[in-house]
Structure formats: structure tokens, C-alpha cells
Design a binder for this molecule. Structure first.
Ligand code: EPU
Length: 353
């Protein structure tokens, strides 16, 4: 077997929170045969299989039992020739390709549609699990199919967008297919004509003074600038981006929230969804509970963006995963007490508390 299996492997370099948890078994796979070999190894030892991409959306609460499979599948292929009728092109990205590198690569090829998703940390495969979204665009808007390997049978299967059951930060991979498959590639339908989407308030505002319609490259640059101004770079201050999902509450609950704050002349931010429910920014709720900039042990709430928890301890010592989850639990308790809103943790938690 050409596959190298490592034992008791430190995962600190494999997750953007820089948590120094260990994997009982670890391997890196760069082709389909290696995936099959890894699955056979796991089966022979009755090990749980934990697929890992860039580790930008995981919290390693403790050492991880089982076999961590680091997905290093690479490559980009253009599936169909440009469909002139549709002005689009179907591009297949292997799961281990870096998301932002592929956004830049696509822009350089004249394939558009990914600009608003610039600078999101993580790999192409993992993007589908939580249906990444930012600045008015979600992966589900552009994904047409993906391939997975079924962990139990080793079979390669194709899933359509419908079968992925995408919704806000959610998919079938967080529900019925959780822990059941490994995403190996995603196929996106990109446009060969610029598609400019400046709907998101921060982007609209960015181009306020601009008379001409910006180019896709300008939109990508704007998104990078906005993100850099708000979100800490995981390479400088370990984090997993948004730690909580933005809760969606009923119109009635939102009204009573507004009433709760109108006495203090505070405007509650909220985005009405189709169907009338309202999405409330979790960052605002956390900030209202005075958590912005708070530090507990090695964990902290970022000083400029209350939705992001950071790990101040990038040494190999301490219980940083537990500190992060302890702080998250305190925030959830406080938000529930003050607003009667339950905040859901967005990244996947591995290991036990
Ligand atoms: N806000 C606060 N305090 C904070 C943070 C935000 O009051 O500490 C308020 C802002 O003033 C604004 C509102 O919350 O009125 C929304 O803020 P922002 O536009 O920055 O977006 P967000 O809701 O904080 C979401 C995504 C981000 C994505 C941005 C842009 C979620 C959980 N997060 O953040 O995604 O980049 O919108 O589209 O949906 C990620 O998933 O890791 C991520 C960074």
C-alpha cells in the first residue's frame, strides 16, 4: 500500500484555530486509490473516518479518535466547452484546491461568478458542506453537481444541487449524509460574461462614489478589502470565521425585539427573508451582550467582529479547544437570556469536551 499512515499526529498545522489536538491515525490522500486504501485501513481497524480539508471550519475539542484523512486532491478541468447559448462554462475543481486561489484563477480565465466569495478560507470540497456564502452569493447559486465517495462502500457517486439540499449554511452533508461521505470534487457553472452583484449593503456602499459599473476584478478586490477590514486573518490570529450562524426568527419575535430596544433608541438590524422571517446578525446580538473583545483563558471574542472567536494561544499547551467552546457556551447562555434566541455554532466540532 502506497499510503503513509501516521500515528498520534499533531493537527495544529491542519486547523485554522491552531488547536494542538492529536489524531490517533492520520493520512494524506492525493488520488482515488489512496482514498480507497485509507477507507480499507479504517475498516480493518474499525476506525471512524474524519475527512479534513483546510480545517477552517472545525473545532478540535480534544484529541480525535479514528483516521483523519487530509484531502489533497488537486486539479481543475473544464467539463463542457463554453456553451455560447448560455454564456457559461462548467468547471470541475478537485476538493483539495484552495478556495480563494480558485476564485483568482477563475477570474484570470474570464470565468465569473465567484468574486463575491473572494478570500473565504478553506478548500473547494469543504465549501459545499456548509454552503459557503458571503456578500450576497452562496455556493448553491453556482454549484451544479459534486462527487462523493461513500465511506462505507467506497463507491463514487454524483449528487446534483437538489440532492445536496442546500440552505443557509446547511446541506445534506450536515444532515442525513453527515459522516457518510467524502466530497472529492465540485462542478460550478461560471459565466463567461461579467455578472456583477452589488446587492449586499457593504458592497453597495463600497462603490457609492463610482459612476461606471465595476469589473469582476474590482468586485473581488472590494470584497477582499472589506473582509480584511472586518475579519482577522487566521494566519495572524487563529479563528474559523463566523462562529455562530445568524439566527432566523419569526416576524413577531423580531417586532418584540425592536420594541425591547426602541426605548434606548437602538435600531435592531435584521434582514427579511422570503416568507417573512427575519435574519438577525449574531455579531450584533453578541456585541449587545458586551462580549466584544472579551478574553477567557486562551479564547477571545474578536475586538472588531463579535461573531468571530479567536485562539490567543498557538503554543502546544493548554486546553484551547475547551476554552473556545466554554466561551461559546457562555455567549449562547447570555444571548438566550437577553433575547430568547438560540445561537447555533457554525463550525463542526470534533472530539469530546
Ligand atoms: N454587527 C455588529 N457587531 C459585530 C458584527 C456585526 O453589530 O460585531 C452587525 C453589523 O453592523 C451589520 C450586521 O451585523 O449590521 C452584519 O454584519 P456583516 O455584514 O459583517 O455580516 P455578518 O452577518 O457578521 C455574514 C456571514 C459572513 C460573511 C458576511 C458577509 C454568517 C454567519 N456570517 O456575517 O461569513 O462574510 O455575512 O456576507 O452568515 C463566515 O461564515 O465565516 C463568514 C465570515
Amino acid at each position: 500500500m502506497s499510503l503513509k499512515i501516521e500515528i498520534n499526529k499533531c493537527l495544529q498545522g491542519y486547523n485554522t484555530l491552531a488547536l494542538a489536538a492529536r489524531a490517533a491515525y492520520f493520512c494524506c490522500v492525493s488520488d482515488h486509490q489512496q482514498i480507497q486504501d485509507a477507507l480499507a485501513f479504517a475498516q480493518s481497524k474499525s476506525l471512524a473516518v474524519i475527512p479534513l480539508g483546510a480545517g477552517s471550519n472545525v473545532v478540535l475539542a480534544s484529541d480525535v479518535d479514528g483516521l483523519v484523512i487530509y484531502l489533497d486532491l488537486r486539479g481543475v478541468t473544464v467539463k463542457d466547452a463554453v456553451d455560447t447559448a448560455e454564456d457559461s462554462v462548467d468547471v470541475t475543481f478537485q476538493a483539495g484546491e484552495d478556495w480563494h486561489e480558485m476564485v483568482s484563477y477563475s477570474l484570470a480565465q474570464g470565468w465569473y461568478g465567484l468574486e463575491n466569495l473572494s478570500l473565504i478560507p478553506g478548500n473547494m470540497g469543504a465549501a459545499a458542506i456548509q454552503n459557503i456564502g458571503a456578500y450576497g452569493v452562496e455556493l448553491s447559486d453556482i454549484l451544479i453537481s459534486l462527487k462523493v465517495v461513500d465511506i462505507e462502500s467506497g463507491q463514487l457517486l454524483t449528487l446534483t444541487t437538489e440532492e445536496c439540499q442546500f440552505s443557509y449554511r446547511n446541506s445534506v452533508f450536515k444532515q442525513s449524509l453527515k459522516d457518510k461521505c467524502i466530497i472529492t470534487e465540485v462542478t460550478l457553472r461560471l459565466s463567461t460574461k461579467p455578472v456583477i452583484n452589488l446587492e449586499y449593503p457593504a458592497l453597495t456602499h463600497y462603490f457609492d462614489d463610482q459612476l461606471a459599473v465595476p469589473t469582476p476584478s474590482m468586485v473581488s478586490e472590494a470584497v477582499c478589502n472589506i473582509r480584511r477590514s472586518k475579519l482577522p486573518d487566521p494566519n495572524e490570529l487563529p479563528n474559523v470565521g463566523s462562529f455562530f450562524k445568524n439566527p432566523v426568527i419569526s416576524a413577531v419575535s423580531f417586532k418584540s425585539l425592536e420594541r425591547q430596544f426602541e426605548a434606548n433608541d437602538v435600531k435592531v438590524p435584521g434582514y427579511v427573508q422570503s416568507g417573512g422571517a427575519v435574519k438577525v446578525p449574531a455579531g450584533w446580538l453578541v456585541e449587545q451582550c458586551q462580549f466584544k473583545g472579551v478574553r477567557q483563558g486562551s479564547a477571545g471574542v474578536h475586538k472588531d467582529q463579535a461573531l468571530v472567536l479567536v485562539n490567543y494561544n498557538d503554543s502546544m499547551t493548554g486546553d484551547c479547544g475547551k476554552d473556545i467552546l466554554g466561551l461559546a457556551a457562555d455567549i449562547q447562555r447570555m444571548v438566550a437570556a437577553k433575547f430568547c434566541i438560540d445561537l447555533d455554532i457554525e463550525p463542526r466540532i470534533y472530539g469530546s469536551l
